[in-house]
Design a protein. Sequence first.
Length: 426
Amino acid sequence: MNQDVSQDMSQDMGENPSADTGGPTEQGPQSLATYEFSALCSVSLLCFCNLAIFYGFYNYLQQLDIPAGWRGPLLALEPLTALALRPWLSTVLNLSNSVRAMRVGVGLAVLALLSYPFATSIPAIAVVRVVHGAGYVLLASGLIAAFTHFLPRGQVAQGFGILSLTSLLPSALMPPFVEAVTPHLPGPGYAYAMAAPLMLPALLLLAPLGRKARAMAAALPPEHSQRPTWSELRANLRSPGVLPLLLGQLGMLTGHTIVYFFIKGWSLSLGAGNPGLFFTCANIATIGLRVLGMRLLDRLNPGRATGLALFFLAVLVPCFALAGGPLSLNGMAVLYGLALGLGMPLFNAAMYRVSPAHLRGLNTNLLLVALDAGFILGPMIGGAVLAEGMPLQDLFVLCGGLFLLSGLALLPVARLTPARNALPKG
């Protein structure tokens, strides 16, 4: 495998032709304009609609009079469940069983969402969070296991950029919507139950996708459906670029998660009438960057561009503490969204380019393992800092340090992912 990766790095596009020969991305889709790509992006959009409404879950636990020491762990329990399951799922999921996993994930997510209004004690909330985490990780891991097979080789960054938009649109729209409708609901937990019907159309989208995935899986080389051995997994983690990308993703997502879950309190302290507008500003900026510069993403050196975005965030986020009011904070949210909008899809593009073809789905799911870990560490760290009586401003300084470390971790990746010299076709 290390020899394959060395060959991988010698190519001007950072990809290993021998690993790709006969692969699905070359013999399969030559364009992003396919039903399979559109369906997977639509399912991802529905999935993130049910996650985006939990930006205020810490405050919700406070309204339920949950002790401060329990709020961070309960907040982290959903991603903790995902973290516990995803490494195993990453090794057993492949194109042939990915759609079945997504269907089970949808069912568990609907069950959890409908249960939130009735879970008001610590044990009940804990059970619901575990079920929700299991549903999310099955859906997301199955989606990624299928997604990497429906990407044209020349449009990898664009494909991941479009997929990432499916998480940004809900994050931009759902928080202010939830803030507006919650006062009219029987209780705050019903805002979470509202997202349950949004998951049902995913089952309709998955029906034809399942048939296509099974047919494509039958035509793949055997190694694409075989479970990697432990020695192969260890060699994979030692491959150039893989571990730095995982560590960089972990640091970035830990910092981002602290911002995501605790910016509401800071925004309210500055007199914001609708704290959800921070996310709207940030995500509109990200969406604008992705839409206007989508085709340019595949021309960049993904390792270098992501590192620069992280260094920028290391300076920007501590400046949140200097905001004089909601207007200045939301202005910085635009810059925050631009930097995240550049870096996040390029993490996936860089991992795709340093990975052998049959391990691309696995390594992309490992990036999601780092995401899960970040969503655990962020609430835990933030909750512990606030429980000790430290001010919110200290959290933003801490986030700056995390972004700086993440940028440093990506420095060796830049030489492995050289920029393209021409626009991708299609």
